[in-house]
Every structure is written in structure tokens, then in C-alpha cells.
Design a protein around this ligand. Sequence first.
Ligand code: AHR
Length: 334
Amino acid sequence: MSRMGNAITRRGFVTVVAAGLLATGLAACGNSDTGDDAGDGNGKIVLGFSQVGAESGWRTANTNSIKESAAAAGIELKFDDAQQKQENQIKAIRNFIQQKVDVIAFSPVVESGWDTVLKEAKDAGIPVILTDRSVDSADKSLYQTFIGSDFVKEGRLSGEWLVEQTKNATGPVNIVELQGTTGSAPANDRKKGFAEAIAANPNLKIIASQTGDFTRAGGKAVMEQFLKANPKIDVLFAHNDDMGLGALEAITAAGKVPGKDITIITIDAVKDGMQALADGRFNFIAECSPLLGDQLMELVKKVHAGESVPARVETEETTFTQEQAKAALPNRKY
Ligand code: AHR
């Protein structure tokens, strides 16, 4: 090789190294400005969000809230629907890591089994925010914060209302329970809170408890079985409105009057549930707000900027009787 050839080769090498260093420097400054990353180079924060699915009215309202708030906040949203499967969520999170999004948020289908993928996100330097449902990971450094409801409290408030209503009961009060998705935080926690509260009245007995997977179809099918197997059902506690709404069909088909022959308690307070409560077909609802979008976008901006955020952000909620539902319905947003 000639001296000239060497010189050209060396100059070429220096140029490549300089370009490489420049690219590395840019990448270190932020993900959304380089050709490799998830953003389109518009300087927006890129948020990868993995949603549970579309199993209920609550979930639809939650998805709409997240999409609308991301657009309003100028955050680029990469949205994935996991169709209620943990393996789909893990796959989506790995895709977000590969795409080098700036922040990952997700609402975990179930509580357990997240440590490995959360560690992968941490190792890639991508902050994670849990929304709506939490995980049971012992290592809290795997995520920045958890924003959502206190599900134990929702179950407890439901149970306390029932204890008050049945305080003069002289014989057994038979309760059937429609649980949410098996292994999910709301199913585990609502069951726990309700059981703790009804322990105050020994007449209150849960005679059957089964999952309806948070869906109307599941609620209807399981309530049909409950009604066939149990001649005396006094109370239905459904972990969400949708399962309660499905159960209404089964109760009516069995020749019973919902809200009268069977007292019905649910959780969520979506419009259809509130309508059933106002109409006298439900008796009590503990609210669970799906409108998490605005608060989530605030948190996304903060963690992206490296600011500290509280480890837990709790949603404000209330409860509704039939009269309160009538008053609240006209202004209900979801
Ligand atoms: O995680 C929140 C729960 O999930 C809601 O209560 C239910 O309706 C939804 O599917």
C-alpha cells in the first residue's frame, strides 16, 4: 500500500470515528432526536404504553383518557393492546426497549412475573411507570412510580356498606362473588378488602366465588351457574360494573328482580353501571376512576426530565347509592 493510500485510509478512519462519537453523543442526549430511536426526530417525548386489553367499559374509558392526554401534552404515544395476556405485554415492553422509547408505562394484567422484563428496561436506562394496577416485585427500583386506585379500599367500602344495610339481619345472608381476572391486583385486593369488612357481621357469608374475568359475558355465564347451584342468593358482589351488568341478564332470566330479590354491589361507576344503579337494578357502586391520562403525562414529563416523583400517586374516588347515581349521571364523563 502506498504512503498516499495509508494517509487516505487514516483520514477516512478519523472521519468515521468522529462521526461515531458525534452519533454516540447525540444518542446520550435523548432518544427522540436520532435516526435509530422510536421518535420521528420531532423532539417529542416518546411513550410506549402497554394496555391490558378492552375487556370493560372502564378499560375503554382509560384508553381514551391516555390517548387524549398524550395528544394534548404533545407526547408521542406508542400504544399496544395486550388482549389480557401477560405474554403479549412482555413482548410489547421488549419491543419498546428495542425501539428505545423515552419512557414505558403499562397497566399489568396480573401482579406477578415482571422482574425480568423490568430489569431489562432498567438496564436499557428506560424509566417505567405503572398505571392502574401494581406488581408484586420486591425490588421497587424497577419502576419509578405507581399511579392508580386503592383497590383494597374499594372492596372495604363495598363491604362496609353491606354491613350497614344488613345490621338487623337475624339469619344468614348469602353472598356470591364475581371476581375479576385471576391473579390481577384489583381481583386480589377487592376480594381482600370486602372479606375484611364483612367479617364484622357473622351473618354475612360468601357461599360462592368465581372469576368472570372482568367481562359482561363472563359475569353472565358465572351468575347462571351460581343461580343453578344456589337456591338462596341474597347479595351479589361483582368486582366491576361489566360483570354486574352481565349478571343482571342471568338474574332476570331466572325470574328474579335485580336490586330487590338480590342486592347488587359493584365497582367502577362507568355510565352503564351508574344507569343500572339509578334505575334501581344495582344497589351500590364503589368508584374506580379510569381518567388517569393527565396525571400520567405529567409523571412522564417529570421522569423524562430526571425529576423525582412520589413512589405512589393515588386516585381520588367516592361511592354511590341509587339516589347519588341519579344526581351524578347527567355529568358523568365516562
Ligand atoms: O384495573 C381496573 C379494573 O380493570 C376495572 O375495575 C375493571 O373494570 C377493569 O377491567
